[in-house]
Design a protein. Structure first.
Length: 225
C-alpha cells in the first residue's frame, strides 16, 4: 500500500465567485511514499481524480485520468481539469455545492490503486485552495535576482599543436636581379660598351666623393651608388 502525504495545493485564480463560475483547472501537488515512509521517486504513475458533492461519500459528479511521473522527492504534480474526462467536461461542473476530491494513485510498480480518502475543497471569493504540502527537503522559493558577474577565470593550458597543413602551390618566379660582373676589382676605367644596370667597382677616380665605391650604368650614364 502507498502512504499518500495528505497536504496538497489547490489554487484557482481570478474567480469572483464559485456560483456559475467556469474553472479551467486546479493545480494539485502531493508526495507519494510507500508504507515504510520511503519516497516513491521517478515512477510512472496512473492517477484518477474523483470529485464528489456534499461529502467524501457523496455522489460522484466528475472523474478524469492522468498519466504522470513522480519527481526526485516523490512529488506528484498535475492540473485537475486537464486530464482525460470519464464523464462530463470539467468546465460543466456546478460549483454551487460543496465539493470533495479523492485522488487515487497507482505507480507502475504496484498492482492496486491507493486513495487519499478524499478532501474538501475550501473556497474564498477569489480562489479554491487547501493546505499546502510540507516539502520534505524544503520547498523551492521564487527565483532571485541575477548576481554580479564573476571574475574572469584563469587561462587554460595551451592546446596541442595542430597537424601540419598541406604544402601550398609554388609561387611565381621573381624578377631577374641586376646583372653583376664576373669578378669585381678596383679600376679607374669604366667598362666599355656597358649595358643597363651594369656595375663596376671604382677606385675613387671617377666618383664625385673620391672614395672607393660602386658605380652603376643607369639611363645611359654612370652614377655613383
Amino acid at each position: 500500500m502507498i502512504n499518500i502525504v495528505k497536504w496538497f495545493v489547490f489554487i484557482v485564480c481570478s474567480m469572483a465567485s464559485l456560483l456559475s463560475a467556469q474553472v479551467e483547472s486546479i493545480p494539485y501537488q502531493t508526495v507519494l511514499e510507500d508504507r515504510n515512509g520511503d519516497k516513491l521517486i521517478a515512477l510512472d504513475t496512473e492517477v484518477q481524480v474523483i470529485l464528489r458533492e456534499t461529502s467524501n461519500s457523496g455522489n460522484e459528479v466528475y472523474s478524469e485520468l492522468h498519466s504522470t511521473r513522480t519527481g526526485l522527492n516523490g512529488e506528484l504534480s498535475l492540473a485537475i481539469g486537464q486530464g482525460e474526462p470519464q464523464s462530463i467536461e470539467f468546465r460543466e461542473l456546478d460549483w454551487s455545492q460543496p465539493m470533495y476530491v479523492e485522488i487515487k494513485f497507482k505507480p507502475n510498480a504496484f498492482s492496486d490503486f491507493s486513495s487519499n480518502g478524499g478532501t474538501k475543497l475550501l473556497s474564498v471569493p477569489y480562489a479554491l485552495f487547501s493546505l499546502r504540502t510540507t516539502c520534505l527537503q524544503g520547498c523551492p522559493g521564487a527565483d532571485g535576482a541575477d548576481g554580479p558577474q564573476g571574475p574572469e577565470g584563469p587561462q587554460g593550458p595551451q592546446g596541442a599543436t595542430g597537424a601540419t597543413g598541406a604544402i601550398g602551390p609554388q609561387g611565381f618566379a621573381g624578377i631577374d636581379g641586376v646583372a653583376g660582373m664576373d669578378m669585381l676589382r678596383l679600376t679607374t676605367i669604366p667598362p666599355e660598351l656597358p649595358v643597363e644596370n651594369e656595375l663596376y667597382l671604382d677606385d675613387g677616380t671617377n666618383r664625385a666623393d673620391g672614395k672607393v665605391g660602386f658605380r652603376q650604368f643607369i639611363n645611359g650614364q654612370w652614377s655613383d651608388i
